[in-house]
Design a protein around this ligand. Sequence first.
Ligand code: UD1
Length: 350
Amino acid sequence: MKKILVTGGLGFIGSHTVVELQNKGFEVLIIDNLANTTLEVLDKITSITTIKPAFFNFDLKDRKAVQDFFNNNFVDGIIHFAASKAVGESVQIPLDYYENNIISLTNILQEMKVKNLSNFIFSSSCTVYGQADELPITENAPVKPAESPYGNTKKINEEIIADAVKAHGLKAISLRYFNPIGAHATAKIGELPIGVPQNLIPFITQTAVGIRQELSVFGNDYPTIDGTAVRDYIHVVDLAKVHIVALNRLLNNQQKNNYEVFNVGTGKGSSVLEVINAFEKVSNIKLNYKIVGRREGDITAAYADTNLANKELKWKAELTLEDALLSAWNWQLQLQLAVGSWQFSHKKAF
Ligand code: UD1
């Protein structure tokens, strides 16, 4: 049984990936410092798969702790999710973002070098393209100067990985995610935003249950189908599955190059208003929203050219926007039940 380390394995994408890894028979070890999640997620993963992953609670910035981990545990592959990810916050506390996201990565790569470990998957983002000049976005689109320190850490980390692959003979794949949304079909794991959600889908579901009064749609004067910004929303379970495909590519030595980059999206762009309409349809709830000005730093449109992932990984997203929104909605309803504060008024329903 191959052993896989998942850093940030109790986070949003990490937890879904742990479930898919266990479903495929991998033994999973998780490192997570609980900075942006809770230990409860470990129990939820266990209740979905009936297998409790090994869990290590420490901070990847701690080089000694990372050394100790690798001295005591052999792993066949590493999927590195652990990182700070709030764009707005990264502008306020850039040094914390650089320290956390970059030192964590170099600590792991240093130990991979020492132990001659070679299979590494990095959780990157389509944010590295900025506003791409051509749509859909291929992997050949130029990487642009980052709009935020968060985005810059993704860009820098990709460069660090490329240099480490060249110098130290390890093998790596960066997956550039478009917009991950949704939750597991069991509604036991999902996205847990702390405070006011910055991302669209959690804001929509929180508005639908009445935690937020109203959704602000940031801008309707973009040159798009209806004036609102367009993104490629991918179901987190589809996204989790592509990590297993990429991992097998590394484990089976199927790479074309020791360092490869793939876009991970559905290939379909949806505007904010299209997302709202789709949500209203699947939830049967009329959403309170108003159009406001653009959000600083937002781009007009981004969606993936999925040809490379289709061809090389033989992977494509299977779930639809509606599937993802329904799962996000079920997850929100489940959260409401869990906190016992379900105050949804049926007056809001169609
Ligand atoms: C954001 C980050 C991106 C990061 C990704 C992680 C920015 C500029 N980009 O992507 O780097 O990788 O999250 O998930 O923050 N919207 C509203 N009202 C809201 C919230 C969002 O209209 O209350 C709109 C946004 O303007 C955007 C779309 O919904 O057009 C999606 O927004 P969001 O979910 O925040 O994702 P991105 O901004 O695409």
